[in-house]
Ligand binder design. Structure first.
Ligand SMILES: [Cu+2]
Length: 98
């Protein structure tokens, strides 16, 4: 049991990924802080299609159906405001730290 827990922690330390869940017309977390080089994956858990569009065109996902996902690797520090182009009231932010 202890070995399994340690293996899981080792995997998490090597994995430079983060996940944002889309559900009930909401991005969660609303603000995600990650270091440069992180692969951020958005997963649509809603029963409605959503998109992920950066306000400054850094990235743009096509419409994601239920359980579809989209990944983007952040190679620049800064604040990335994004929204769903189908429901522009859905807004959130990724903060990339150097
Ligand atoms: Cu949407």
């Amino acid at each position: 049991m202890a070995g399994a827990v340690m293996a899981l922690q080792a995997h998490a330390a090597q994995d430079s990924g983060a996940t944002i869940t889309i559900d009930n017309f909401t991005f969660a977390p609303a603000e995600l802080r990650v270091p440069i080089g992180t692969v951020v994956t958005w997963v649509n858990r809603d029963d409605t299609p959503h998109t992920v569009v950066d306000s400054h065109q850094a990235f743009r996902a096509k419409a994601l159906d239920t359980d579809d996902s989209y990944s983007f690797t952040f190679m620049t520090a800064g604040e990335f405001d994004y929204f769903c182009s189908l429901h522009p009231f859905m807004t959130a932010k990724v903060v990339v730290t150097p």
